[in-house]
Design a protein around this ligand. Structure first.
Ligand code: ARG
Length: 275
């Protein structure tokens, strides 16, 4: 009993408010961990979760034998621990496969290719003459610690900017990289002039920038090359195989493309934080 209480308590602390009770009540739901400030992959529409990953999750849950799904919104860097501890069955969060993460969780097959891009203020001409990612990097290398780049904490955007050996990017130790709760909050700080740039995944960059005035995304130059997959607890081969079978099916029958296209029309509106 004591143990059950402890489990319920830690689950209640981890999950977002909306689905907290469902998470504890219905054991035959696929428990999905995400960070819902990453349009078009996961974001709130009112109090409901929506986005590419959420739609895949919902279809997958039913297809692989669950009654439905329960989504828990948490900090991005809490997702892997939640999956490791079994509070959630699967992490679905536009998560890039990296060697370091592979040490903590097992990844499904990849379902989307992505890249980091840089967002600056609309009137910032610093990168205007660049004709390649390398030229952007060369300019970043000349900046001092007064130049601030915002990223979402725990993400590959942070690793790229701050430098990360396993992710194989040297980073820019000459400038200041800050970690924010969400990429959207970082973009707001950029718009307000508190930081100089934001580095975040390309499609989220485009969608977040659309909802904030005074910023522009440099979409032409991709700073990294990444791929997204879902993660499960190490050794949970049963769920891993089912998730992979489902991904294979929706890749083959066109459903994955349909879902992705349906969220990429640039019209997503979302909340910047859940306050
Ligand atoms: N692709 C990046 C990473 O894996 C960012 C993911 C952020 N996802 C989110 N739901 N906030 O680190």
């Amino acid at each position: 009993m004591k143990k059950l209480f402890a489990v319920l308590l830690s689950a209640a602390m981890l999950v977002g408010t909306v689905f907290a009770f469902a998470a504890c009540g219905n054991t035959n739901n696929l428990k999905v961990a995400t960070n819902a400030y990453f349009p078009p992959f996961e974001y709130f529409s009112g109090n409901a979760f929506t986005g590419v990953d959420m739609e895949i999750a919902s279809g997958m849950a039913k297809d692989i034998g669950y009654d439905g799904m329960t989504v828990s919104d948490m900090e991005f860097d809490a997702i892997i621990p939640a999956v490791q501890q079994g509070t959630c069955d699967i992490g679905m969060a536009g998560m890039t496969v990296t060697d370091t993460r592979k040490e903590s969780v097992d990844f499904t097959d990849e379902y989307y290719e992505s890249a980091q891009v840089i967002i600056v203020k609309s009137d910032d001409t610093t990168f205007d003459a660049c004709t390649s990612a390398e030229e952007i990097e060369n300019i970043l290398k000349t900046k001092t610690s007064a130049y601030k780049i915002g990223t979402q904490r725990g993400t590959t955007g942070y690793m790229y900017s701050a430098g990360n050996e396993d992710f194989e990017y040297d980073g820019f130790p000459n400038l200041t990289t800050s970690g924010y709760d969400t990429g959207a909050v970082a973009v707001q700080d950029l718009a307000n002039g508190r930081i100089n740039a934001v580095i975040i995944d390309k499609q989220p960059a485009i969608m977040i920038a659309q909802s904030v005035s005074g910023v522009k995304v440099i979409t032409d130059y991709e700073l990294t090359s990444e791929a997204y997959a879902f993660c499960v607890r190490k050794g949970n081969t049963e769920l891993l195989e089912k998730a992979n079978a489902y991904l294979k099916k929706i890749k083959e029958n066109g459903e994955l493309d349909r879902i992705i296209t349906s969220f990429f029309d640039g019209t997503a509106t979302f909340k910047h934080n859940n306050a």
